[in-house]
Design a protein around this ligand. Sequence first.
Ligand code: SF4
Ligand code: SF4
Length: 372
Amino acid sequence: MHQLLVKNELLGCIQCGRCTAGCPVSLRTALSPRKIIYQNLREQKKLPKSQDIWSCTTCRTCQQRCPKGVSVMDYIIGLRSYQVERGKIEPTVRDALESILKHGNPWGRAREKRTEWLGDEKVRILNEGEETDILLFVGCTPAYDPEVQKSARALAKILNRAEVDFAILGTAESCCGNEVKRLGEEGLFEMLVEENSKLFDKYKFNRMITISPHCYNTFKNEYGLNFEVLHYTQFLKELLDAGKLQIPQETAEKIVFHDPCFLGKQNDEYDAPRDILKTLLPEKNELLEFSRNRERSLCCEGGGGRMWLEVESDSPRNAEERVKDARTLGAEIIATSCPFCFLTLSDAVKTTKSEDKIKVMDICTIIAEGGF
Ligand code: SF4
Ligand code: SF4
Protein backbone atom coordinates (compact mmCIF):
# COMPACT_ATOMS: atom_id res chain seq x y z
CA MET A 1 0.00 0.00 0.00
CA HIS A 2 2.78 2.35 0.92
CA GLN A 3 4.28 1.91 -2.53
CA LEU A 4 0.96 2.67 -4.16
CA LEU A 5 0.46 5.87 -2.24
CA VAL A 6 3.94 7.24 -2.67
CA LYS A 7 3.91 9.56 -5.64
CA ASN A 8 6.35 12.24 -6.71
CA GLU A 9 4.04 14.68 -5.01
CA LEU A 10 5.14 13.41 -1.61
CA LEU A 11 8.75 14.22 -2.43
CA GLY A 12 7.73 17.86 -2.58
CA CYS A 13 6.91 17.96 1.14
CA ILE A 14 9.32 20.29 2.91
CA GLN A 15 8.01 19.56 6.41
CA CYS A 16 6.91 23.17 6.84
CA GLY A 17 4.01 22.03 9.03
CA ARG A 18 1.46 24.47 7.59
CA CYS A 19 -0.94 21.56 7.11
CA THR A 20 -0.83 20.67 10.79
CA ALA A 21 -0.94 24.31 11.88
CA GLY A 22 -4.22 24.78 10.00
CA CYS A 23 -5.77 21.43 10.92
CA PRO A 24 -8.81 21.90 13.17
CA VAL A 25 -8.49 18.41 14.59
CA SER A 26 -4.80 18.68 15.46
CA LEU A 27 -5.84 21.46 17.85
CA ARG A 28 -7.27 18.88 20.21
CA THR A 29 -5.96 15.45 19.18
CA ALA A 30 -2.70 13.79 18.11
CA LEU A 31 -3.58 14.07 14.39
CA SER A 32 -0.68 15.60 12.47
CA PRO A 33 -1.12 15.71 8.70
CA ARG A 34 2.55 16.71 8.38
CA LYS A 35 3.62 13.57 10.20
CA ILE A 36 1.31 11.42 8.06
CA ILE A 37 2.69 12.90 4.83
CA TYR A 38 6.36 13.11 5.73
CA GLN A 39 7.05 10.32 8.20
CA ASN A 40 4.34 7.75 7.55
CA LEU A 41 4.08 8.02 3.78
CA ARG A 42 7.18 9.69 2.34
CA GLU A 43 9.75 8.15 4.69
CA GLN A 44 7.60 5.02 5.05
CA LYS A 45 8.59 4.69 8.68
CA LYS A 46 5.33 3.11 9.88
CA LEU A 47 1.60 3.34 9.24
CA PRO A 48 -0.18 6.19 10.98
CA LYS A 49 -2.32 5.37 13.99
CA SER A 50 -5.86 4.35 13.13
CA GLN A 51 -7.27 6.99 15.49
CA ASP A 52 -5.45 9.71 13.51
CA ILE A 53 -6.72 8.53 10.14
CA TRP A 54 -10.32 8.43 11.32
CA SER A 55 -10.27 11.68 13.26
CA CYS A 56 -9.83 13.74 10.05
CA THR A 57 -12.99 15.67 9.11
CA THR A 58 -11.89 16.01 5.44
CA CYS A 59 -12.27 19.77 5.79
CA ARG A 60 -9.45 20.28 3.24
CA THR A 61 -7.62 23.04 5.14
CA CYS A 62 -4.32 21.10 5.03
CA GLN A 63 -4.49 20.70 1.27
CA GLN A 64 -5.45 24.32 0.78
CA ARG A 65 -2.51 25.57 2.85
CA CYS A 66 0.24 23.32 1.52
CA PRO A 67 2.74 25.47 -0.41
CA LYS A 68 3.96 22.44 -2.36
CA GLY A 69 0.57 21.30 -3.63
CA VAL A 70 0.53 18.02 -1.71
CA SER A 71 -2.97 16.46 -1.72
CA VAL A 72 -2.77 15.87 2.02
CA MET A 73 -6.45 15.11 2.60
CA ASP A 74 -6.65 12.78 -0.39
CA TYR A 75 -3.77 10.73 1.02
CA ILE A 76 -5.61 10.44 4.33
CA ILE A 77 -8.74 9.25 2.52
CA GLY A 78 -6.50 6.78 0.65
CA LEU A 79 -5.29 5.42 3.99
CA ARG A 80 -8.91 5.02 5.06
CA SER A 81 -9.64 3.03 1.89
CA TYR A 82 -6.78 0.72 2.80
CA GLN A 83 -8.37 0.15 6.23
CA VAL A 84 -11.86 -0.30 4.74
CA GLU A 85 -10.56 -2.93 2.28
CA ARG A 86 -9.26 -4.89 5.25
CA GLY A 87 -12.48 -4.50 7.22
CA LYS A 88 -10.74 -2.35 9.83
CA ILE A 89 -13.58 0.06 10.51
CA GLU A 90 -15.54 1.02 13.60
CA PRO A 91 -18.88 -0.80 14.03
CA THR A 92 -20.76 2.53 13.92
CA VAL A 93 -19.23 3.31 10.51
CA ARG A 94 -19.94 -0.21 9.27
CA ASP A 95 -23.59 0.16 10.32
CA ALA A 96 -23.88 3.50 8.51
CA LEU A 97 -22.38 2.05 5.31
CA GLU A 98 -24.58 -1.06 5.48
CA SER A 99 -27.64 1.09 6.00
CA ILE A 100 -26.79 3.09 2.86
CA LEU A 101 -26.51 -0.14 0.91
CA LYS A 102 -29.81 -1.52 2.25
CA HIS A 103 -31.98 1.55 2.79
CA GLY A 104 -30.28 4.34 0.80
CA ASN A 105 -29.48 6.35 3.96
CA PRO A 106 -26.85 6.12 6.73
CA TRP A 107 -29.32 6.56 9.58
CA GLY A 108 -30.80 3.05 9.58
CA ARG A 109 -34.22 4.39 8.57
CA ALA A 110 -36.73 2.84 6.19
CA ARG A 111 -36.82 4.06 2.61
CA GLU A 112 -40.63 4.44 2.79
CA LYS A 113 -40.18 7.10 5.48
CA ARG A 114 -37.99 9.32 3.30
CA THR A 115 -40.84 11.76 2.65
CA GLU A 116 -41.99 11.98 6.27
CA TRP A 117 -40.21 15.35 6.62
CA LEU A 118 -42.87 16.98 4.43
CA GLY A 119 -45.46 17.11 7.21
CA ASP A 120 -48.20 19.43 5.94
CA GLU A 121 -45.97 21.09 3.34
CA LYS A 122 -47.17 20.41 -0.18
CA VAL A 123 -44.36 19.45 -2.57
CA ARG A 124 -44.75 17.68 -5.88
CA ILE A 125 -43.14 14.23 -6.03
CA LEU A 126 -41.85 13.62 -9.51
CA ASN A 127 -42.84 10.42 -11.33
CA GLU A 128 -40.56 8.89 -13.95
CA GLY A 129 -40.67 10.84 -17.21
CA GLU A 130 -42.22 13.92 -15.59
CA GLU A 131 -40.78 17.40 -15.85
CA THR A 132 -39.88 20.23 -13.48
CA ASP A 133 -37.58 23.24 -13.59
CA ILE A 134 -35.80 22.61 -10.28
CA LEU A 135 -35.15 19.24 -8.71
CA LEU A 136 -34.74 19.61 -4.94
CA PHE A 137 -32.38 16.92 -3.68
CA VAL A 138 -33.39 16.65 -0.03
CA GLY A 139 -30.55 14.46 1.30
CA CYS A 140 -30.56 11.89 4.10
CA THR A 141 -30.16 14.08 7.18
CA PRO A 142 -32.83 16.67 6.21
CA ALA A 143 -35.14 13.79 5.27
CA TYR A 144 -34.81 11.89 8.55
CA ASP A 145 -33.43 13.97 11.41
CA PRO A 146 -36.39 15.54 13.25
CA GLU A 147 -34.57 18.85 13.85
CA VAL A 148 -33.07 19.15 10.35
CA GLN A 149 -36.45 18.24 8.83
CA LYS A 150 -37.52 21.73 9.96
CA SER A 151 -34.90 23.25 7.61
CA ALA A 152 -36.17 21.11 4.73
CA ARG A 153 -39.76 22.21 5.42
CA ALA A 154 -38.66 25.84 5.70
CA LEU A 155 -36.95 25.66 2.32
CA ALA A 156 -39.98 23.98 0.72
CA LYS A 157 -42.17 26.74 2.18
CA ILE A 158 -39.90 29.47 0.77
CA LEU A 159 -39.82 27.84 -2.68
CA ASN A 160 -43.60 27.38 -2.67
CA ARG A 161 -44.20 31.01 -1.70
CA ALA A 162 -41.75 32.19 -4.37
CA GLU A 163 -43.74 30.05 -6.85
CA VAL A 164 -40.68 28.13 -7.97
CA ASP A 165 -41.46 25.19 -10.25
CA PHE A 166 -39.78 22.49 -8.19
CA ALA A 167 -40.23 18.87 -7.19
CA ILE A 168 -38.54 16.07 -5.24
CA LEU A 169 -37.89 12.41 -5.99
CA GLY A 170 -39.67 11.20 -2.84
CA THR A 171 -38.80 7.65 -1.74
CA ALA A 172 -36.81 7.10 -4.96
CA GLU A 173 -34.08 9.42 -3.66
CA SER A 174 -30.94 7.75 -2.24
CA CYS A 175 -27.82 8.85 -0.38
CA CYS A 176 -25.47 11.00 -2.49
CA GLY A 177 -22.41 9.16 -1.14
CA ASN A 178 -20.28 12.21 -0.24
CA GLU A 179 -19.51 10.80 3.21
CA VAL A 180 -19.09 7.30 1.78
CA LYS A 181 -16.25 8.57 -0.39
CA ARG A 182 -14.68 10.44 2.53
CA LEU A 183 -14.86 7.28 4.62
CA GLY A 184 -12.79 5.55 1.94
CA GLU A 185 -15.53 3.14 0.73
CA GLU A 186 -14.77 3.65 -2.96
CA GLY A 187 -16.73 0.59 -4.16
CA LEU A 188 -19.98 1.70 -2.53
CA PHE A 189 -19.41 5.26 -3.70
CA GLU A 190 -19.00 4.15 -7.32
CA MET A 191 -22.17 2.09 -7.04
CA LEU A 192 -24.09 5.12 -5.74
CA VAL A 193 -22.73 7.31 -8.55
CA GLU A 194 -23.92 4.80 -11.12
CA GLU A 195 -27.35 4.22 -9.57
CA ASN A 196 -28.05 7.89 -8.81
CA SER A 197 -26.95 8.99 -12.29
CA LYS A 198 -29.30 6.43 -13.87
CA LEU A 199 -32.08 7.60 -11.56
CA PHE A 200 -31.64 11.27 -12.51
CA ASP A 201 -31.80 10.27 -16.19
CA LYS A 202 -35.40 9.10 -15.67
CA TYR A 203 -36.68 12.62 -14.99
CA LYS A 204 -36.67 15.90 -16.89
CA PHE A 205 -35.38 18.92 -15.01
CA ASN A 206 -33.11 21.86 -15.65
CA ARG A 207 -31.16 22.29 -12.43
CA MET A 208 -30.75 20.62 -9.07
CA ILE A 209 -30.56 22.32 -5.68
CA THR A 210 -29.34 20.61 -2.52
CA ILE A 211 -29.89 21.39 1.14
CA SER A 212 -26.54 19.98 2.25
CA PRO A 213 -23.18 21.31 1.01
CA HIS A 214 -22.00 17.69 1.19
CA CYS A 215 -24.53 16.55 -1.45
CA TYR A 216 -23.72 19.69 -3.46
CA ASN A 217 -20.00 18.94 -3.39
CA THR A 218 -20.19 15.39 -4.64
CA PHE A 219 -22.85 16.00 -7.31
CA LYS A 220 -21.02 19.08 -8.58
CA ASN A 221 -17.47 17.74 -8.54
CA GLU A 222 -17.51 13.95 -8.53
CA TYR A 223 -20.46 12.67 -10.56
CA GLY A 224 -19.84 14.13 -14.01
CA LEU A 225 -23.50 15.18 -14.32
CA ASN A 226 -24.79 17.08 -17.33
CA PHE A 227 -26.88 19.59 -15.40
CA GLU A 228 -26.07 22.42 -13.01
CA VAL A 229 -26.08 21.78 -9.27
CA LEU A 230 -26.53 24.62 -6.78
CA HIS A 231 -26.47 24.82 -3.03
CA TYR A 232 -29.80 26.20 -1.82
CA THR A 233 -28.17 29.45 -0.62
CA GLN A 234 -26.92 30.09 -4.15
CA PHE A 235 -30.40 29.53 -5.53
CA LEU A 236 -32.07 31.77 -2.93
CA LYS A 237 -29.50 34.47 -3.68
CA GLU A 238 -30.45 34.19 -7.34
CA LEU A 239 -34.14 34.58 -6.43
CA LEU A 240 -33.33 37.59 -4.25
CA ASP A 241 -31.36 39.28 -7.05
CA ALA A 242 -34.22 38.64 -9.47
CA GLY A 243 -36.69 40.18 -7.01
CA LYS A 244 -38.55 36.88 -6.69
CA LEU A 245 -37.79 36.37 -3.01
CA GLN A 246 -39.23 39.02 -0.75
CA ILE A 247 -38.07 39.20 2.85
CA PRO A 248 -40.35 41.87 4.27
CA GLN A 249 -39.57 41.46 7.94
CA GLU A 250 -36.12 42.26 9.27
CA THR A 251 -34.78 40.40 12.26
CA ALA A 252 -33.38 42.43 15.12
CA GLU A 253 -31.34 39.54 16.42
CA LYS A 254 -27.56 39.53 16.21
CA ILE A 255 -26.41 36.91 13.74
CA VAL A 256 -23.02 35.33 13.07
CA PHE A 257 -22.49 33.00 10.12
CA HIS A 258 -20.56 29.75 10.41
CA ASP A 259 -18.95 28.72 7.08
CA PRO A 260 -19.51 25.04 6.25
CA CYS A 261 -16.27 23.47 4.95
CA PHE A 262 -17.98 21.78 2.00
CA LEU A 263 -19.45 25.05 0.75
CA GLY A 264 -16.55 27.37 1.63
CA LYS A 265 -13.16 25.67 1.68
CA GLN A 266 -14.15 22.93 -0.74
CA ASN A 267 -16.16 25.01 -3.21
CA ASP A 268 -15.17 28.65 -2.63
CA GLU A 269 -18.71 29.82 -1.91
CA TYR A 270 -18.47 32.30 0.94
CA ASP A 271 -20.77 35.10 -0.20
CA ALA A 272 -24.20 33.68 -1.10
CA PRO A 273 -25.14 32.81 2.53
CA ARG A 274 -23.77 36.14 3.78
CA ASP A 275 -25.63 38.14 1.10
CA ILE A 276 -28.91 36.51 2.12
CA LEU A 277 -28.30 37.13 5.81
CA LYS A 278 -27.43 40.77 5.17
CA THR A 279 -30.85 41.33 3.59
CA LEU A 280 -32.46 39.94 6.75
CA LEU A 281 -30.72 42.45 8.99
CA PRO A 282 -31.58 46.11 9.43
CA GLU A 283 -28.83 48.42 8.12
CA LYS A 284 -27.52 49.41 11.54
CA ASN A 285 -27.21 45.79 12.57
CA GLU A 286 -24.18 44.34 10.79
CA LEU A 287 -23.69 40.64 10.19
CA LEU A 288 -21.20 39.48 12.81
CA GLU A 289 -18.09 37.59 11.73
CA PHE A 290 -15.97 35.04 13.57
CA SER A 291 -12.26 35.90 13.57
CA ARG A 292 -11.75 32.41 12.12
CA ASN A 293 -14.07 32.78 9.12
CA ARG A 294 -14.20 32.09 5.37
CA GLU A 295 -11.07 30.11 4.29
CA ARG A 296 -9.82 30.23 7.88
CA SER A 297 -13.10 29.00 9.30
CA LEU A 298 -13.02 26.52 12.18
CA CYS A 299 -14.47 23.19 11.08
CA CYS A 300 -17.41 21.94 13.19
CA GLU A 301 -16.02 18.37 12.98
CA GLY A 302 -19.21 16.96 11.46
CA GLY A 303 -17.80 16.06 8.03
CA GLY A 304 -15.71 13.22 6.67
CA GLY A 305 -17.92 10.57 8.26
CA ARG A 306 -17.31 11.99 11.72
CA MET A 307 -21.07 11.98 12.40
CA TRP A 308 -20.57 8.25 12.95
CA LEU A 309 -17.28 8.38 14.85
CA GLU A 310 -16.49 9.73 18.29
CA VAL A 311 -12.96 11.07 18.72
CA GLU A 312 -11.58 10.91 22.23
CA SER A 313 -9.98 14.06 23.56
CA ASP A 314 -9.85 15.99 26.81
CA SER A 315 -10.03 19.32 24.98
CA PRO A 316 -13.33 21.03 24.17
CA ARG A 317 -14.81 20.08 20.80
CA ASN A 318 -14.41 22.63 18.00
CA ALA A 319 -18.18 23.19 17.94
CA GLU A 320 -17.99 24.13 21.63
CA GLU A 321 -15.19 26.58 20.83
CA ARG A 322 -17.39 27.99 18.10
CA VAL A 323 -20.30 28.55 20.48
CA LYS A 324 -17.94 30.20 22.97
CA ASP A 325 -16.56 32.51 20.22
CA ALA A 326 -20.10 33.36 19.06
CA ARG A 327 -21.13 34.29 22.59
CA THR A 328 -18.04 36.48 22.99
CA LEU A 329 -19.10 38.29 19.82
CA GLY A 330 -22.53 38.90 21.38
CA ALA A 331 -24.35 36.81 18.76
CA GLU A 332 -27.86 35.56 19.50
CA ILE A 333 -28.07 33.29 16.45
CA ILE A 334 -25.39 31.15 14.84
CA ALA A 335 -26.58 30.85 11.24
CA THR A 336 -25.73 27.61 9.44
CA SER A 337 -26.31 26.31 5.93
CA CYS A 338 -25.38 22.66 6.45
CA PRO A 339 -27.24 19.90 8.32
CA PHE A 340 -24.06 18.58 9.98
CA CYS A 341 -22.97 22.05 11.17
CA PHE A 342 -26.50 22.56 12.48
CA LEU A 343 -26.40 19.33 14.49
CA THR A 344 -22.86 19.65 15.88
CA LEU A 345 -23.35 23.29 16.87
CA SER A 346 -26.82 22.66 18.35
CA ASP A 347 -25.31 19.90 20.46
CA ALA A 348 -22.50 22.23 21.55
CA VAL A 349 -25.04 24.85 22.63
CA LYS A 350 -26.46 22.21 25.01
CA THR A 351 -23.11 20.89 26.29
CA THR A 352 -21.90 24.44 26.99
CA LYS A 353 -25.22 25.20 28.73
CA SER A 354 -25.81 28.17 26.43
CA GLU A 355 -29.45 27.44 25.56
CA ASP A 356 -30.75 30.65 27.10
CA LYS A 357 -28.06 32.76 25.41
CA ILE A 358 -27.77 31.59 21.82
CA LYS A 359 -29.52 29.43 19.25
CA VAL A 360 -28.45 27.71 16.06
CA MET A 361 -30.66 28.21 13.01
CA ASP A 362 -30.32 27.22 9.40
CA ILE A 363 -30.59 30.19 7.02
CA CYS A 364 -33.79 28.86 5.44
CA THR A 365 -35.41 28.57 8.88
CA ILE A 366 -34.40 32.15 9.69
CA ILE A 367 -36.08 33.33 6.47
CA ALA A 368 -39.20 31.19 6.94
CA GLU A 369 -39.60 32.20 10.58
CA GLY A 370 -38.72 35.80 9.81
CA GLY A 371 -42.13 36.31 8.28
CA PHE A 372 -41.39 35.73 4.61
S1 SF4 B 1 -8.67 17.54 5.96
FE1 SF4 B 1 -8.93 18.95 7.71
S2 SF4 B 1 -9.15 17.58 9.50
FE2 SF4 B 1 -8.27 16.34 7.84
S3 SF4 B 1 -6.07 16.46 8.16
FE3 SF4 B 1 -6.60 18.07 6.69
S4 SF4 B 1 -6.92 19.91 7.94
FE4 SF4 B 1 -6.95 18.13 9.34
S1 SF4 C 1 2.02 21.84 4.24
FE1 SF4 C 1 2.69 20.52 2.53
S2 SF4 C 1 4.91 20.83 2.46
FE2 SF4 C 1 4.26 21.58 4.45
S3 SF4 C 1 4.45 19.80 5.83
FE3 SF4 C 1 2.37 19.77 5.08
S4 SF4 C 1 2.42 18.42 3.28
FE4 SF4 C 1 4.55 19.01 3.74
